[in-house]
Design a protein around this ligand. Structure first.
Ligand code: G6P
Length: 609
């Protein structure tokens, strides 16, 4: 979603800002802009489309400056136009970039219009720059004006502001949208994600909720929501990330699909001890908390929600604890019941998804025994605000469609099953089986990647279809859902997933030769039931693609193409069967020529509601 980069330095910063925006491109956006301050004043450059269009404009104009702010916008209020792109200006003096949504923008706009301000965009953001301009009539201090401004804002914001009368000074505020300050020598930076600043610094300060700060070349001053000066911890990032690093792969998504054996190995490192899962993988006091847990409430969005759905099957089957799973945007707006001894589990690749974060904050007021997040970003809000955290160590995921983040979430969740089961009467044999299945998983994933050529061929048959149906049963039902989501996201083919047993209650009416049906069929106790469902499709002239355990004895014929996978313990089958579905979506998208890493209208990290 929207990205922010700011810099104040003794050198010219346009290149740094541009590189920062490029590094945030993966998050999804539809326009980009920059404001630069130099001796000639404040310059504004904005372009609809890719960051490259902004780069071209910078080259044409030669614009540069010693301080500046830049932004990639993902439209919420107002269409995708240059006028709506950030930075927004007030009276050619104040420049503002903003992530988040100002919910009371209409009343503020009215008030500012009454004061004579003229709006040039349809955005909610524009109220911030006029408010700043207005507040600066009664103070000389940019930070004081910002403190007065944020008091009037309702909603979420990460914002960076500069004033042409105060060169070298940036003021920032964070509430609901992350911001990190990057520290340099004689220069300082600000961004919505540390990835943007890795070429210029490894030293970071994460702002906390309600913080405002003044950032100059040689000083950073931070104040909390009550206006008290505070020190926030300085952290050194060890994140390995090369923005150009697709390696031998054509897209980040393909690279990330192939990284899964490595990412899973990484996630397991030091966390499995022989036949046992190390409970402290979830935090130092995890054992103390887990022994009280009798129920798990999982909350997540998108792909992470599908990981949660798999975990529900696992937890109830193996760990002896009950489990509910809910989409965060639903959970946060309904009254829910908290079972005694409940653990609240959020699952999130980014740790910043607005709905999941809001649900976590709400849940903390509801009486849960404790909160755990399964997350890929150590410095994220969810990790910082949860009692316990399992870090998935998937490495930075750049493709918008989540792949390695999902499979490593499942690894963390299966470890959670063992850890909770340990305190709820799970027998030693099951604990050992989980540990063994996880330890051998990276090799199984490597094997499953070997069917790429077969899937490329299959994709050819698939790419001209408009609709598709994915079927699975038991813990493969969420995998079917994830397969359908992947296909939708990157190939734009309509895909629906059904629990195969539900087929005859509606979707069977859709079956014909133009509606390919994808079936995930590992060899488990539901196999025979699934075979009956396959026959129901066949009897109606459906064309099927079955990803099956080679021991399940499915045979290809005119109506069914079978892609065999090696046998795996059914415990980890949801993780292994995810791979062919990811590859299928990828190769269909390649044939369709879509923007695989940045599919239309989607964002990597959805930091607004
Ligand atoms: C967006 C992304 C998805 C992701 C979802 C939840 O929709 O495009 O890939 O699954 O957000 O994100 P999270 O970071 O919370 O896992």
């Amino acid at each position: 979603m929207c990205g922010i980069v700011g810099a104040t330095a003794e050198r010219r910063v346009a290149g740094i800002l541009l590189e920062g925006l490029r590094r945030l491109e993966y998050r999804g956006y539809d326009s980009a802009g920059m404001a630069l301050l130099n001796d000639e004043g404040l310059q504004q450059l904005r372009r609809v489309g890719k960051v490259q269009a902004l780069a071209d404009a910078l080259e044409e104009t030669g614009a540069n400056g010693f301080s500046g702010i830049a932004h990639t916008r993902w439209a919420t209020h107002g269409g995708v136009t240059e006028a709506n792109a950030h930075p927004h200006f007030s009276n050619s003096t104040i420049a503002v970039v903003h992530n988040g949504i100002i919910e009371n923008h209409e009343s503020l706009r009215k008030k500012l219009q009454d004061l004579g301000y003229v709006f040039t965009s349809q955005t909610d953001t524009e109220v911030i720059c006029h408010l700043m301009h207005h507040e600066l009539k009664s103070t000389d201090d940019l930070l004081t004006a910002l403190q007065a401004t944020v008091k009037q804002l309702e909603g979420a914001y990460g914002t960076v502001i500069m004033d042409k009368r105060r060169p070298g000074e940036l003021v920032v505020a964070r509430s609901g949208s992350p911001l990190v300050i990057g520290l340099g020598i004689g220069e300082n930076f600000i961004a919505s994600d540390q990835l943007a600043l890795l070429p210029v610094t490894r030293e970071f300060i994460y702002l906390e909720e309600g913080d405002v700060a003044r950032v100059t070349r040689d000083k950073v001053e931070i104040f909390d929501h009550q206006g008290a000066a505070v020190q926030r911890e300085q952290q050194t990032s060890d994140l390995q990330y090369d923005a150009g690093g697709k390696g031998e792969y054509r897209h980040y998504m393909l690279k990330e699909i192939h990284e899964q054996p490595f990412a899973v190995r990484n996630s397991l490192e030091g966390r499995v001890n022989g036949d046992e899962i190390m409970v402290n993988a979830f935090g130092e006091n995890a054992a103390e908390i887990f022994k009280d847990i009798r129920h798990v409430q999982i909350i997540a969005c998108g792909t992470s929600y599908h990981a949660g759905m798999v975990a529900r099957y696992w937890l109830e089957a193996y760990a002896g604890v009950s489990c509910n799973v809910e989409i965060a945007s639903e959970f946060r707006y309904r009254k829910s019941h908290v079972f005694p001894g409940s653990l609240l589990v959020t699952i999130s690749q980014s740790g910043e998804t607005a709905d999941t974060l809001a649900a976590l904050r709400l849940a903390k007021t509801l009486g849960y025994r404790s909160s755990l997040t399964i997350c890929n970003v150590a410095t994220s809000s969810m990790v910082r605000e949860s009692d316990l955290a399992f870090l998935t160590r998937a490495g930075a995921e750049i493709g918008v469609a989540s792949t390695k983040a999902f499979t490593t979430q499942l690894v963390g969740l299966l470890m959670l099953v063992s850890a909770l089961g340990h305190f709820n009467g799970m027998d030693k044999a099951t604990e050992a089986r989980i540990a063994h299945a996880l330890s051998t998983l990276p090799t199984k994933l490597e094997q499953s990647l070997k069917i790429t050529a077969e899937i490329e061929e299959l994709a050819e048959e698939f790419a001209d279809k408009d609709h598709s149906l994915f079927l699975g049963r038991g813990d493969q039902y969420p995998i079917a859902m994830e397969g359908a989501l992947k296909l939708k996201e990157i190939s734009y083919i309509h895909a629906e997933a059904y629990a195969a047993g539900e087929l005859k209650h509606g979707p069977l009416a859709l079956i014909d030769a133009e509606m390919p049906v994808i079936v995930v069929a590992p060899n488990n106790e539901l196999l025979e039931k699934l075979k009956s469902n396959v026959e129901e499709v066949r009897a109606r002239g459906g064309i099927m693609y079955v990803f099956a355990d080679k021991d399940a004895h499915f045979a290809s014929d005119d109506t069914m193409r079978v892609i065999n996978l090696d046998h795996v313990d059914e415990l980890v089958a949801p993780i292994v069967y995810t791979i062919p579905l990811q590859l299928l979506s990828y190769y269909v998208a390649i044939i369709k020529g879509t923007d695989v890493d940045q599919p239309r209208n989607l964002a990597k990290s959805v930091t607004v509601e």
